[in-house]
Write a protein that binds this ligand. Sequence first.
Ligand SMILES: [Zn+2]
Ligand SMILES: [Zn+2]
Length: 333
Amino acid sequence: MRPRFHPRLINGPFADPGLYIPFLYENRAIIFDLGDTLPLSARELLKISHVFITHTHVDHFIGFDRVLRISLGREKNLHLYGPPGFFKNVEGKLAAYSWNLVKNYPYRLGLQLTEVHRDSLLTREYLCQNEFIPTHKAVRRPFKDVIYEEPAFRISVAILDHSIPCLGLAIREHFHVNINKDRLTALGLETGPWLTGFKQALYDGRDSESEFAVKAAGDQTQRFRLGELAEQIALITPGQKISYIADVGHSTENQEKIISLAKAADHLFIEAAFLEVHKDIAAEKHHLTARQAGTLAAKAGAKQFTIFHFSPRYADQEHLLQEEAREAYELHR
Ligand SMILES: [Zn+2]
Ligand SMILES: [Zn+2]
């Protein structure tokens, strides 16, 4: 089975973080946090459709300017989500530049910003041609857990405490479609871009009685009932789940929310800034220790986990953090 999401931290555990998640066979990606984005190419940044910022401490948001610079002058709608106060943070960044020439751009960038509050989402649009000055009021809608959803997947949040609100994030595919290549060949069909459309039809929940046409070998068109074709070539398995926990304190409330959000994740990315011997410093700075991170990964039942966001004080002791987290994970599994 080839997973749909291919998450990777954009740099090493001591650098400013971000989790880049490209989608298999699609010219598209999402990103959790915009720390130091330099390791990502312009091409990779342009694939991003949705950005989710856990909190606006500078190490998680400094990469915004590069995304803005690369996206400027393109026909693109970029969706950005962040904690309460996010509009003001982005407006501050936009106010740092002069925009008098952007009216002449043939392609116009639009930013759709969403602030995540306890039980509502506030969305506001910022258009390049208006020099990024919003012309409409923010629109408020109620929400519970899920901040973004489309037919194939959804993104859930937990509002965690890091002395300021910090969003814990999880992306979950509704289900996963695997294609049985042998059955495909037996039907005289070849792999190709039509398979993306076929999978999309399943994700969209299109009527199984509806017709689905496939260009077969020799430019023949074969027609199937969607449900019948799915029965023959598709194997439906549970969807993939990726969770991302950035800066958080170790309060009981945070622990409960993290365990619930990351429940049974295929891969949990979780910060571990300090060693357990420095747990007092960790508490003071509202961060986790490696032991706490490993324990949370085990309690959530995460199948795999990766720690990141190490304090520079451990520059040559990365292995200690890794060992401590691993031991805690094994102990509590
Ligand atoms: Zn922080
Ligand atoms: Zn941080």
